[in-house]
Design a protein around this ligand. Structure first.
Ligand code: AN7
Length: 337
């Protein structure tokens, strides 16, 4: 399948002759969720953004940000990241033949994401500080040096990510009443809202933050954010005002979910629906189950990243393996017992 710049070029800031750096992102599955629907009492669909090439929604924005970086003659791309942006930036930089440097909070990103960024040949810098500080530093770095900043403060990231809203409207004939989405740096909710607004549809935007990293819920930055959902361990979202505008002007809300609620939704999705997402992604379903969706009848939950990104949390949450001697009787007991 062609990537999303080819597919939505007339709605994106790219001319026909512009360079395109693509890994075939977008066009991700939208599937019904019978178990979650039953528990929530509404029709629930899951948008599987973990099916993007690097395993997260970040690829939608990254194809645009890195294509524009090539167009502008950049030599390198940089970002601050809780992990997925780093993995995606590293992959697209490799694809484009650009240097990539990613700044991540030391010891606080999931193993899969770290492996990806390193394998794609990016310089991975482990900052003794959190994501918010890392973003501050890369913004200063990009202001002083000829490197392209590919965090979602980059407009092209939002442009690319808005295409997910187009896909939802193409797939659901009668549209949707509400969108449930995890919120970290608040780029994605901003992007969906832009996409829906451009398409003339306005579902209720329901944003969910982890309770230990919920600045938008408190109405104030969080100095030391903490949550098992490391992807959204962010205390000072860059797109704060736009995210709040999306939620208020759509009649939506921003709410907090506890790590316990996040992990319960994470396990339900994997064991009940057959969908393995990462903990941050499960915040959308946790939020729906905890807070409902008002009078919405059809709801889409965005599952932003793949469960394989974070094998450590999965192993901590899952059952244990069953050892067996290598003979039939033992296997029978192990399988059928
Ligand atoms: C799986 O990679 O911020 O509200 O640096 O990886 O647009 O920030 C990741 C964010 C949700 C929140 N789900 O999206 C990063 C980073 C997953 C994520 C979010 C992220 P935004």
């Amino acid at each position: 399948m062609v990537g999303l710049i080819e597919r939505y070029r007339e709605r994106l800031p790219f001319a026909p002759e512009d360079p395109v750096v693509s890994l075939g992102e977008g066009g991700t599955p939208l599937i019904p969720a019978p178990h979650v629907s039953e528990r929530a009492g509404v029709e629930v669909w899951l948008k599987l953004e973990g099916a993007n090439p690097t395993g997260s929604f970040k690829d939608r924005g990254m194809t645009c940000a890195v294509s524009a970086a090539v167009r502008e003659g950049a030599q390198a791309v940089v970002c601050a990241s809780t992990g997925n942006t780093a993995a995606s930036a590293a992959a697209y930089a490799a694809r484009a033949g650009l240097r990539g440097a990613v700044i991540v909070p030391e010891g606080k990103i999931a193993t899969g994401k770290l492996a990806q960024a390193l394998m794609h040949g990016a310089r991975v810098i482990a900052l003794r500080g959190n994501f918010d500080r890392a973003l501050e530093l890369v913004r200063e770095l990009a202001a002083r040096h000829p490197v392209a900043l590919v965090n979602s403060v980059n407009e092209l990231r939002i442009e690319g990510q808005k295409t997910a809203a187009f896909e939802l409207l193409e797939a659901l004939e009668d549209g949707l009443d509400a969108l449930c989405i995890p919120v970290g740096n608040a780029g994605n909710i901003t992007a969906y809202w832009r996409g829906f607004t451009e398409a003339g549809r306005r579902p209720r935007m329901l944003g969910f933050q982890a309770a230990g990293a919920a600045p938008l819920v408190h109405g104030a930055p969080v100095a030391d954010p903490e949550t098992v959902a490391s992807a959204i361990r962010i205390g000072r979202p860059a797109r704060w005002e736009e995210a709040m505008d999306a939620m208020t002007s759509s009649g939506g809300a921003v709410r907090a979910v506890s790590d316990q609620q996040i992990l319960a939704a994470y396990r339900l999705l994997a064991a009940g629906e057959g969908v393995f997402c990462e903990p941050a992604s499960a915040a959308s379903v946790a939020g729906l189950l905890a807070h409902g969706a008002g009078d919405a009848r059809r709801v889409v939950c965005v599952l932003t990243g793949h469960g394989l990104k974070d094998p450590q949390t999965a192993l901590e949450q899952a059952g244990s393996v069953v050892p067996s001697e290598s003979e039939l009787g033992a296997i029978e007991r192990a399988v059928l017992g």
